[in-house]
Design a protein around this ligand. Structure first.
Ligand SMILES: CC(=O)[C@@H](O)[C@H](O)COP(=O)(O)O
Ligand SMILES: NCC(=O)COP(=O)(O)O
Length: 239
């Protein structure tokens, strides 16, 4: 069965629009669990545009399923992660101008900084994953750094139109095979939704999918518990 990590960042985006107290991502996480989430994912960005330090502290006390904290290789955020000890730490690239995560980490070019972040997380007993483009060379570089998983960036696939969808899916299939052959746990995420998720769920050895924006968007209409349950049903049919 494919594990569903529900990313609640954009519940916090709505709250931060007014710098107020609601909607609370902590309550959203509890409802996501009731809807069938296997994990709760949250991204403590350097710019704190959505998830706040308070959210991470309370989530770590209230979430009863796996916790997956996303972060850049930023010393301040890494220190918070090592103090709070989420189940997983997913290292992602960040820049202040981005609307959302644009590409995967360049594990080859940035191996020193990434290696140091991995060591900090591992020393704190946190499982480590790298958010990478579906590129076999990046998969191999990730394996070299001794991480527990790679999360393939499905953004280009999600944005693809017409016949480029097949091309992007082929890239993900090849990178997925590389990860499986290397014996590393395979995750996927970014831009996945109720219409495009099944081919990704069908990739061999796909173990976990982290999905947020589309579930939160659906939750605005039907509620978080039902939005998660709907995605859960799709994954159960696919996996
Ligand atoms: C890495 C990834 O694709 C997401 O998990 C990330 O959280 C996106 O960043 P925003 O949540 O800021 O859009
Ligand atoms: N790592 C991907 C994630 O957590 C959710 O990304 P998205 O579904 O919000 O694009």
């Amino acid at each position: 069965m494919i594990e569903l990590g529900v990313n609640i960042d954009h519940v916090a985006t709505v709250r931060q629009a007014r710098r107020t107290y609601e909607p609370d991502p902590v309550i959203a996480a509890a409802l996501a669990e009731q809807g069938g989430a296997d994990g709760i994912t949250f991204h403590l960005r350097e710019d704190r545009r959505h998830i706040q330090d308070r959210d991470v502290e309370v989530l770590m006390k209230t979430v009863s399923v796996k916790t997956n904290m996303e972060m850049a290789c930023d010393d301040v955020v890494l220190k918070i992660a090592c103090q709070l000890k989420p189940t997983w730490g997913l290292l992602v690239p960040e820049n202040r101008q981005e609307v959302t995560t644009e590409g995967g980490l360049d594990v080859i070019a940035d191996s020193g900084r990434i290696k140091n972040a991995i060591k900090q997380l591992k020393d704190a007993g946190i499982l480590t994953s790298l958010f990478i483009d579906p590129d076999p060379a990046q998969v191999h570089a990730s394996v070299e750094l001794g991480v527990d998983a790679v999360e393939l960036h499905t953004g280009p696939y999600a944005l693809a139109k017409h016949d480029s969808v097949a091309l992007e899916l082929a890239r993900l299939q090849q990178a997925g095979r590389t990860a499986s052959d290397a014996g590393i746990r395979l995750h996927a995420g970014h831009g996945l939704n109720y219409a495009n998720v099944r081919p990704i769920a069908g990739l061999p050895n796909m173990t976990e999918m982290n999905i947020g924006h589309s579930i939160v968007s659906r939750a605005v209409m039907v509620g978080m518990r039902e939005a998660v349950a709907e995605m859960r049903r799709i994954l159960d049919l696919a996996g």
